[in-house]
Design a protein around this ligand. Structure first.
Ligand code: C2E
Ligand code: MG
Ligand code: MG
Length: 672
């Protein structure tokens, strides 16, 4: 609208300007032409009238005098007076029936007219004289000669005046033509300039308008993008936390009006951090993108999938009639999602196995507001993560309590590491064939200011889910290495030092640097340090594991497979990741003699290890019977309450000293 108005204004202005230039030119030319017509034409007429009347007077005079014309001589005088009137009109101006005569202004022309007038008077007088003496007048007489001469002179002068006038008029006319041509050219030129300026203005206007339109489009685009970013997650395109909250609130408001139920699923990928650490963020992003697509595949159109942050997703199942219906829907969708995620992700030549833990909260029983429902679903998810990893759990008040306690522990653990509340206990490992101390396993404890000594089971799972485990492991590694050096400097020999390494820390690219730094700083020799890893930790990234094992081996660091038998336990992977030691999990040891299958399994494990040149450590030896059994299978090494409880560094020192004093291979203290 605005733009067309501008357009018309420009045109109108240009048109008016061109019109006014043309009009001014036309008016000026018209005025000048008119002036020339009214002033110059009568002058020519007057000059001709002078000649005509003088000639008529001359003719009539001769005819009257010769008697050829029988008229009164006054007619002649009239003609001459007429001629004089015109001469006077040329000088002074005048009006008669032939029009208006304007006086000549050019002084030279005026002198010529004066001389014509003088000649006219002379002729008038010579005519009168000749008429009065007409008896003596005859051809060739003086007066006749004077009469003819004066008339010829008069006609010559009149002729000259006429010529001059013609010349002057022609000159004016030429000037007028030139001026007209100039003015017309000028007005055409000005019109062209105006047209050009208008054209430029129009161009600029259009450029301006298109720039504004472009800017508007940009602003609109930016606005849309900002709006998109404010409500959608840029990686997966799913609604973000803000939009999720909106949708949840809407679903709850609707459910409130209709007395309906809403299910909220809180989905968190298990060990996603490890994927990021091992494969890099680009691969991590790929996993998140694929996950979002898979989640969307398993929900109805009305359900809403969102990404809250990192590896946290939610699904809202709105408008469900009953509690039973809600529980049924929650269960079905959760199973379906877990099933969908169980297929490995394959991209860029990597195969990634992902599981997720899902927490479920249902409106209205698990929370009246969106925030409450979200917290409860989150708590159920955290509980699922620690007790049903890879599964789903419905929210319950007990879960809430537990999770709140876990969150509290997580918070306290953060500062506990810096406040030196963690301590390392050491559990001896024995050579059961020779009854010699062959090593110690470092096991962390938390000296909680209010709750006393906490066992790893109270806080390690929490440290694992919260990511604090890396910090704990590094702290234990350093403390144990320092302690180990201290014992060695006291002349004591605890054998090898075994440190538990979580899957998360094992996934870190810089683990080798962390370990190398410690062995260098505390002068740990080849074969003195052993890292204990669970099977699942080893399996999580085979490529990284291969490299790391190679690097560890080259620095004289041994590897032990911890809790063997509880994980994947395949021959193939044992060959793939050759470890120095295999630690048979105590769940098998516990079943010795009470479960034949356990006996057989232990037997097989021991054989397997020996066929692969691995040392076997039987964990959790609590009875003499168990010890005997493992020994009978050819297991050389064992660890357990029977042989030695996990103990403080001082207690272990005492144990080592007592061993040295006895100077012989002694039975472990518990068996003495
Ligand atoms: P683990 O590495 O398998 O350690 C052996 C666990 O078995 C220890 O429990 C030890 O006290 C317990 N144990 C040893 N002998 C017996 C026995 O005869 N009977 C019974 N019932 N238990 C026995 P603890 O110290 O409670 O540690 C539990 C787990 O926590 C460890 O299992 C290990 O996986 C983890 N852990 C401990 N310290 C650390 C650490 O610094 N870093 C990491 N990542 N994990 C640790
Ligand atoms: Mg261990
Ligand atoms: Mg173990």
């Amino acid at each position: 609208m605005v733009s067309s108005k501008l357009h018309i204004n420009h045109l109108l202005m240009g048109f008016l300007l061109a019109m006014s230039v043309s009009l001014t030119t036309t008016v000026f030319l018209f005025y000048t032409g008119e002036r020339m017509a009214t002033q110059h034409s009568p002058l020519i007429d007057a000059a001709m009238e002078i000649k005509l009347n003088a000639t008529q007077g001359h003719l009539w005079f001769e005819e009257i005098l010769s008697g050829d014309r029988n008229e009164n001589i006054d007619k002649v005088w009239n003609y001459l007076d007429q001629a004089d009137w015109y001469a006077s009109a040329m000088l002074e101006g005048g009006t008669n029936d032939k029009g208006d005569f304007f006086p000549l202004t050019d002084p030279e022309m005026r002198l010529h007219i004066e001389s014509v007038r003088t000649a006219l008077h002379e002729f008038d007088q010579v005519a009168l004289k000749r008429y009065n003496n007409r008896q003596e007048s005859h051809p060739g007489s003086d007066i006749d000669q004077a009469f003819d001469r004066i008339f010829t002179d008069l006609m010559g002068k009149a002729e000259h005046v006429e010529k001059l006038l013609n010349y002057s008029i022609n000159k004016d006319l030429n000037n007028f033509r030139k001026m007209a041509l100039l003015l017309i050219s000028l007005s055409v030129g000005i019109s062209l300039v105006i047209a050009y300026v208008l054209y430029r203005l129009e161009k600029q206007r259009q450029a301006h308008i298109s720039a504004i339109e472009k800017a508007n489009v940009e602003i609109q685009k930016t606005h849309t993008e900002l709006n998109y970013l404010a409500h959608f997650d840029s990686l997966t395109g799913l609604p973000n936390r803000t939009l999720f909250k909106d949708r949840l609130d809407q679903a709850l408001a609707h459910a409130h009006r209709k007395s309906a139920h809403v299910v909220l699923l809180f989905i968190d990928l298990d060990k996603f951090k490890a994927v990021n650490d091992r494969l890099g963020h680009i691969s991590g992003d790929q996993v998140l993108k694929h996950t979002s697509k898979r989640l969307q595949r398993r929900v109805r159109e009305d359900d809403s999938v969102s990404r809250l942050a990192g590896d946290e997703f939610t699904v809202i199942l709105p408008d469900i009639d009953s509690t039973a219906g809600a529980m049924d829907a929650a269960q079905k969708v959760s199973s379906s999602i877990l099933q969908e995620l169980s297929d490995p992700f394959t991209f860029n030549g990597n195969t990634v196995f992902i599981t997720a833990s899902i927490g479920i909260a249902i409106y209205p029983q698990d929370g009246k507001s969106g925030d409450e429902l979200l917290i409860n679903a989150d708590h159920a998810m955290l509980e699922a993560k620690s007790t049903h990893k890879g599964g789903f759990l419905f929210h319950s008040p007990e879960i809430n309590q537990r999770v709140q306690r876990q969150l509290q522990i997580e918070n306290e653990l953060r500062s506990a590491i810096d406040d030196d509340q963690l301590i390392v206990y050491y559990q001896p490992q024995w050579d059961v064939q020779s009854n010699k101390l062959t090593g110690v396993e470092a096991l962390v404890r938390w000296n909680h200011p209010e709750e006393g000594l906490l066992q790893p089971n109270d806080f390690i799972p929490i440290a694992e889910t919260s990511g604090l485990i890396e910090k704990v492991d590094i702290w234990v590694l350093e403390s144990a290495c320092r302690q180990y050096r201290e014992w060695r400097s006291e002349g004591l020999n605890p054998g090898k030092l075994a440190i538990n390494i979580s899957a998360t820390l094992f996934g870190r690219q810089d683990l080798i640097h962390i370990v190398t730094r410690n062995i260098a700083e505390y002068c740990i020799l080849d074969g003195e340090l052993e890292l204990e890893l669970t099977e699942s930790a080893l399996l999580e990234n085979s490529e990284h594991t291969q490299t790391l094992l190679q690097q560890l081996r080259s620095r004289g660091i041994h590897l032990a497979i911890d809790d063997f038998g509880t994980g994947y336990s395949s021959m193939a992977y044992l060959r793939q990741f050759p470890a120095k030691t295999l630690k048979i999990d105590r769940t098998f040891i516990k079943e010795i003699h009470s479960d034949k299958a356990a006996d057989a399994i232990i037997h097989n494990m021991a054989e397997l290890a020996s066929s692969m040149n691995m040392e076997v450590v039987a964990e959790g030896i609590e009875t003499r019977q168990q010890e005997k059994f493992v020994r009978s299978l050819g297991c050389r090494f064992a660890q357990g309450y029977l042989l030695g409880m996990p103990m403080s560094s001082d207690e272990l020192r005492t144990l080592m000293i007592s061993q040295t004093e006895d100077n012989v291979s002694l039975l472990p203290p518990n068996s003495r």
